[in-house]
Design a protein around this ligand. Structure first.
Ligand SMILES: Cc1ncc(COP(=O)(O)O)c(C=O)c1O
Length: 437
């Protein structure tokens, strides 16, 4: 092709991006928009790869922000969905796929006697907090600085503060959060066990719930931290909620509860749980879940957590098929092996090129952070990372066919191969070299 002349596919992609800019708010789908020189429109996902409209092939480490844990278009999920969709896509009433998935979740999730389905992770954490208020008769909730629990008004406090908060006060992350909620959501420093327990003890009389991502983005809990939250909440009758939307069925079959050996009262699930289809869940103890039971009491005494698509049979079929594949021997070993190799070798490549690069997290989900602060334990530690450098490096990766979300996470799938890792490491090395040049 002559320089300056675009292929028909590249023109089509440019035209689509132009139309996205005109018709979609912000030209994208939310907070996340790639820089214009590397922006793309995905045409297709196959296993660990995606192909954009211009025909370029990428190894995908974003996996739809986590749901495609089996890789894209896994044949068993495609088959399960096709079988169900031909029989109708939503009923509102009970259906077999959703009952089968509920049983599978209860059998797998350590804290679960029962589950309740929702449409998204945001709804799951939102309703879990409502459940905790109903169960305790208290109003306030405590979350952790840097913890991500979706987009509702109680979640968006101290999620990505530019500087450490004046605990337990925090600022809202978004505009449009009601002022009336100031002081309703308390924020504590993640992995600061003494401070967190002190805040829980001090506010126990008004706390309905402590909500935590057990692996907070890329920060692994320090030994004793989750155990201390468990003890303090149990002592005060506060509902401990693990947000396992990312960790569930990813860092172990039993999620963070199995990996870190701490069992909460409630847990929220999404992403991997529904095989790339829209569905999420709250799982928990029978006495807490009973607050959702419309047979038990009249509606005015219930926790309302209904939704038109809550028991969607297509999503449930996808989720059941995904969990079936994940339950087979070797699945988690594969994620650890592929992710572990990438984490070690990317950090080493950074060092070879003179960059202080770390890869915190668990092997199935981790991040790349440009910082010499060690160990990385708190949000304050993460604030030392150079985001501009990370963005430049990520853009170099995108140019070399590696799909990443800058400054966020690398998600590993069952479909990533050693050949993918070899190609990724070559691209990483070249990206570091390009930055040095
Ligand atoms: C830990 C965690 N909780 C909740 C959510 C919200 O889930 P959703 O995007 O399905 O609303 C997310 C989304 O990324 C998440 O990472």
């Amino acid at each position: 092709m002559m320089p300056g002349i675009q292929s028909a596919e590249a023109s089509r992609q440019a035209d689509l991006l132009d139309r996205a800019g005109r018709y979609l708010a912000g030209g994208g789908l939310g907070l996340f928009v790639l820089p214009p020189d590397v922006n793309l429109v995905i045409a297709e996902g196959r296993g660990s790869h995606v192909i954009d409209v211009s025909g370029r092939d990428f190894i995908d480490y974003h996996l739809g922000s986590g749901p495609a844990l089996l890789g894209h278009a896994h044949p068993e999920i495609v088959e399960a969905v096709q079988r169900q969709v031909a029989k109708g896509s939503t009923y509102y009433f009970l259906n077999e796929p959703v009952i089968r998935l509920a049983q599978r979740l209860v059998e797998a999730i350590p804290c679960a006697d029962q589950v309740h389905f929702t449409g998204s992770g945001t709804e799951a954490t939102f309703f879990a907090l409502r459940l905790a208020r109903a169960a305790t008769g208290r109003q306030k909730v405590l979350k952790f600085e840097g913890g991500w629990h979706g987009m509702h008004d109680y979640a968006l406090w101290g999620t990505v503060p530019p500087r450490p908060s004046s605990y337990p006060d925090a600022e809202p992350d978004s505009r449009g959060i009601p002022d009336a909620l100031r002081g309703q959501v308390l924020v504590a420093p993640f992995n600061d066990t003494g401070r967190a327990v002190e805040l829980i003890d001090r506010h126990a009389h008004e706390l309905a719930a402590v909500l935590v991502e057990p692996l907070e983005r890329v920060l692994v809990p320090v030994p004793g931290f989750l155990e201390a939250l468990r003890d303090a909440t149990r002592r005060h009758g506060i509902v401990l909620i693990f947000d396992e939307v990312v960790t569930g069925f990813r860092i172990a079959w039993g999620g963070a509860q199995e990996r870190y050996g701490v069992i909460p009262d409630l847990a929220t699930y999404g992403k991997a749980m529904s095989g790339g289809f829209p569905m999420a869940a709250i799982a928990g103890r029978r006495d807490l879940m009973a607050h959702l039971d419309a047979r038990r009491t009249d509606r005015s005494h219930l926790v309302w957590a209904s939704g038109t698509l809550n028991g969607n049979p297509v999503s449930a079929s996808a989720g059941y098929a995904a969990l079936d594949v994940l339950s087979r021997p070797g699945a988690f070993g594969h994620l650890h092996r592929i992710g572990g190799r990438l984490r070690r070798e990317i950090a080493a490549a950074g060092a070879r090129h003179g960059f202080a690069v770390q890869t915190p997290g668990e092997d199935a989900v981790w991040g790349v952070r440009f910082t010499d602060r060690t160990p990385l334990r708190t949000w304050e530690d993460l604030l030392t990372a150079d985001k501009e450098l990370n963005l430049r490096w990520s853009v170099e990766l995108l140019k070399r066919g590696i799909l990443v979300n800058p400054n966020e996470k690398f998600y590993i799938s069952l479909a990533h191969t050693d050949a993918d890792v070899d190609r990724t490491l070559e691209a990483c090395d070249a990206a570091f070299a390009a930055m040095r040049a």
